[in-house]
Design a protein around this ligand. Structure first.
Ligand SMILES: Nc1ncnc2c1ncn2[C@@H]1O[C@H](COP(=O)(O)OP(=O)(O)OP(=O)(O)O)[C@@H](O)[C@H]1O
Ligand SMILES: [Mg+2]
Ligand SMILES: [Zn+2]
Length: 162
């Protein structure tokens, strides 16, 4: 049997699709949730605890035949600004998308104010992004400010990113 070279590809190559790389291991479920990947019909590989020079251990996700728009992946900056989406065409990395928070986030994050209308009516939350690097959000309904470690995702199944 052929010995796999250390540091080389962790899971089989894909011909066309996306490789989401440099995911902090503890954030892997959130990445899956934000992109709604379990709802996707494309072949999906989720890798955990792979060796990484930068992170020590990392998570990595491969989605065959799926090409994300920057808008679809930008909210991943909520969980980690260092995540990179590699666009694979004909087995080669042809583009790297670096994530950056948009100016506004709708229907993805729960407002921490239990009295906020978005927690009491069947409606989407809506935040203005105050700080894209540190991650600070402001609810457009009740003005509650949310810091990075308070970010909780709403019913992500309603986010049809797939
Ligand atoms: N055809 C492919 N199928 C599946 N995964 C791939 C394919 N090509 C590259 N990858 C994976 O995509 C990621 C990025 O590949 P790249 O060759 O850019 O590596 P890199 O130079 O280490 O990039 P970075 O600096 O972003 O870590 C790696 O995890 C690599 O294993
Ligand atoms: Mg690398
Ligand atoms: Zn609110």
């Amino acid at each position: 049997m052929k010995k796999i070279e250390e540091g080389k590809m962790h899971v089989p190559a894909i011909k066309n699709g996306s490789v989401i790389d440099h995911i902090p291991v503890d954030q892997l479920p959130k990445v899956v949730a934000i992109l709604n990947l379990y709802a996707s019909e494309y072949p999906l590989t989720i890798g955990q605890n792979f060796k990484s020079k930068k992170l020590g251990k990392k998570g990595l996700i491969k989605v065959e035949e799926k090409f994300f728009t920057p808008e679809e992946v930008n909210t991943l900056a909520l969980v980690c600004p260092d995540i990179v989406i590699n666009v694979i065409r004909d087995y080669d990395v042809v583009e790297k998308i670096h994530v950056q928070l948009p100016d506004r986030i709708t229907g993805l994050v729960r407002c921490t104010n239990p009295k906020c209308i978005t927690n009491n009516e069947p409606m989407q939350s809506d935040f203005e992004v105050l700080d894209k690097k540190q991650v600070r959000l402001k609810c457009n309904y009740c003005t509650r400010k949310i810091e990075k470690d308070e970010v909780e995702l709403t019913h992500y199944k309603n986010n049809t990113h797939s």
